[in-house]
Design a protein around this ligand. Structure first.
Ligand code: GDP
Length: 290
């Protein structure tokens, strides 16, 4: 079963249904309450949790379990389907020539993710290049160059130029032998107007096929504002969740996916360039409910 890896209180509640073939309204209320608890502690947005739990409740009470299906499996199936419905499949990234733009606040893990994604594409037989346009954060250039070296991918940046838009333009020209261009951008501590102006200008020049929002798994309730602002300015097609090797469960990403009507592309699971996975819903959902 996909959701075997559940948190102990949710598992406990579901275990009380063992042997039952029908659910009472009380059973459903109890389960929904536990699911709400799990999702809220995983930092999923409150209104989203309410919407999800209403759908789960309605379906669990109205739908007829298929003959022979134990109540426990039936309700788990509904929970899983509702979450998959919201999260969806991994962001579509064809294995062909393309340009990807990364957006996000400072420290979210953009530079690391750029190198990781480039490494991932290289394992698929493509030739990626990382273009570093972050002229704001001291050390961003050196870090990006070093990580691109570790990932063994092409790299362009210019520590002597303080115009990120020009760097982006030059970067695309200088790395024209590459198939996949991953453009890293500057973040700030908050969503200041100049950050948004800058990324809009870069987006104009780069004309990306896909724009990804990079979010720290610990982002929590702040995800909504960020997702909304970046979506309004450049249009977000997918989310990268970083630092999933920590304790945070990444529920904020769900909020971002819902807000931008997008999906999750990659998961970051460590500081090395190889610590990256393409998103797949099952493991992530188990983690959210775990
Ligand atoms: P940026 O400011 O958005 O470019 O963020 P960075 O890529 O510089 O990442 C900020 C910090 O988070 C760095 O110390 C990274 O090593 C670390 N980091 C990024 N991704 C991950 C991850 O998936 N796991 C862990 N443990 N650390 C990460």
């Amino acid at each position: 079963m996909v959701l075997d890896d559940l948190g102990s209180s949710l598992r406990g509640t579901l275990d009380t249904l063992r042997g039952k073939s029908r659910l009472s309204e009380e059973d459903v209320e109890e389960i929904v309450k536990e699911i709400q608890r799990s999702l809220l502690s995983a930092d999923v947005d409150v209104s989203l949790v309410m919407e999800l739990s209403d759908n789960i409740k309605e379906r669990a009470l109205e739908e007829e379990p298929p003959a022979g299906t134990p109540a426990r499996d039936f309700v788990l199936r509904i929970v899983y389907e509702e979450l998959v419905d919201l999260i969806g499949e991994s962001t579509d990234l064809p294995l062909e020539e393309q340009t990807i733009l990364l957006a996000g606040l400072q420290g979210s893990g953009k530079t690391t993710s750029a190198a990781k994604m480039a490494w991932w594409f290289s394992t698929k037989g493509l030739r990626p290049a990382v273009i570093q346009t972050d002229t704001f954060r001291p050390g961003a250039y050196d870090q990006a160059e070093e990580m691109a070296e570790r990932a063994e991918v092409d790299f362009y940046g210019n520590p002597d130029n303080d115009d990120p838009v020009e760097i982006a333009r030059n970067g695309l020209e200088e790395t024209s032998d590459a198939d996949v261009h991953i453009v890293d951008t500057a973040g700030r501590h908050a969503l200041e107007d100049d950050l948004i102006d800058e990324i809009e200008q870069i987006e104009d020049v780069v004309d990306p096929d896909t724009s990804l929002l990079v979010l720290d798994a610990a982002i929590g309730q702040g995800a909504k504002d960020q997702a909304q602002q970046f979506d309004e300015s450049i249009g977000i097609d997918g989310v990268v969740i970083t630092k999933l090797d920590g304790t945070a469960k990444g529920g904020g990403a769900l909020t971002a996916v819902d807000q931008t009507d997008s999906s999750i592309a990659f998961l970051g699971t460590g500081e090395e360039v190889q610590d990256v996975e393409r998103f797949e819903p099952d493991g992530f959902i188990s983690r959210l409910l775990g």
